[in-house]
Structures are given as structure tokens and as C-alpha cells.
Design a protein around this ligand. Structure first.
Ligand code: S3P
Length: 172
């Protein structure tokens, strides 16, 4: 069975941090979807949205996930919108475990407030907008997830240990 770990969750849920911990502690190769897409397109995500539009970006996400599905033993830090397309979720489920990292809107706000490469939040960087968008997406994140892991007030190491424990226990 293929055993890639797909980390999903809202922007600022801690996917990149946790992916790094999994790489350091468990020797998994990381793929950071946004970084990979930026390298291929030779421009930041914010410019891809601006110049080519969100649908184009979503298409790139699906293409990349199809390729990653061919590999093994990765940890993939998915873009926050990746689980919104059912075909993307299908790829994830077929090729490994899907871990949904959760965070409260206030925590997300603190984590994203100084960054400028999240076009969906750029003009709406406040707790109530984050809460609204999170609520809209919640059902789809939950439906995609094998495991749900809260991140508020916890270190990357703690989260990483919980994920590996769940995976080793084999519970879905
Ligand atoms: C998005 C999340 C971002 C990035 C893009 C769209 C989303 O990734 O893919 O800005 O729709 O939630 P992160 O979750 O890594 O910030």
C-alpha cells in the first residue's frame, strides 16, 4: 500500500511546519505544493492568481497531485484549497493517509497576518473572514480526512508525534 502523508487544512494551519518535522524525524521527502508550483511557473502564487486566475492555479494543483500519486513515502504539504476538488481527494486517498490539521480562526490570523503570498486573504485579513471561509470549507476537509489533528498551542514536534502514532496504530 502506498503510504504518503497528505497534510491538509486551512491556510496557516501549520502544514509546512509539521511537514518539516516529519521530514526531520522520519526521513520522509517533503513536497510543498505551493513551492513546487511556484518553481514550475517561475512566479509566486499571488502572481499566478493575479495574472492567470484561480482556476488555472487549481488545474496546476491537480496536475501536481497526479504526479505525486506515482511516488511513495512522501509528506505532501497541500495548498489549503487542494481538498476542495473531489478528484484531488481521490488521488490523496488512493495513495496514502490524509491528515487534517485544524486551528482556530484566531490562531490562523496570528500565523498569516504578516505574510503576503495568500491572495485569498490579502484583502480580507481578519478573524471574521477567516472564520467564514473556514466554515465554508470545513465539511470538505472533514470528508477528505483520515485523521484530524488540532494544532492550537502545540509544537510541531508534538503534532508530528501524534500523527505518526495514529498512522502506526493503523487507525483510520
Ligand atoms: C490557498 C492556500 C494557499 C495557496 C493559495 C490558495 C487556499 O496555500 O495554495 O493561496 O485556497 O486555501 P497554504 O494553505 O499553504 O497557505
Amino acid at each position: 500500500m502506498k503510504d504518503t502523508i497528505f497534510l491538509i487544512g486551512f491556510m496557516g494551519a501549520g502544514k509546512s511546519t509539521v511537514a518539516k518535522c516529519l521530514e526531520q524525524n522520519y526521513g520522509r521527502r517533503i513536497v510543498e505544493m505551493d513551492e513546487q508550483i511556484e518553481a514550475r511557473e517561475q512566479m509566486p502564487v499571488s502572481r499566478i492568481f493575479e495574472e492567470k486566475g484561480e482556476e488555472y492555479f487549481r488545474g496546476l494543483e491537480t496536475e501536481l497531485l497526479k504526479e505525486l500519486g506515482e511516488e511513495e513515502n512522501l509528506v505532501v504539504s497541500c495548498g489549503g484549497g487542494a481538498p476542495l476538488r473531489p478528484c484531488n481527494v481521490e488521488i490523496m486517498k488512493k495513495n496514502g493517509r490524509v491528515v487534517f490539521l485544524t486551528a482556530r480562526p484566531e490562531t490562523v490570523y496570528e500565523r498569516v497576518k504578516d505574510s503576503h503570498n495568500r491572495p485569498l486573504l490579502e484583502k480580507n485579513k481578519n478573524v471574521s473572514y477567516i472564520e467564514k471561509l473556514m466554515e465554508e470549507r470545513k465539511e470538505r476537509y472533514e470528508a477528505a480526512a483520515d485523521y484530524l489533528v488540532p494544532t492550537d498551542g502545540r509544537t510541531g514536534e508534538e503534532i508530528c508525534r501524534e500523527i505518526m502514532k495514529k498512522i502506526q496504530e493503523g487507525c483510520r
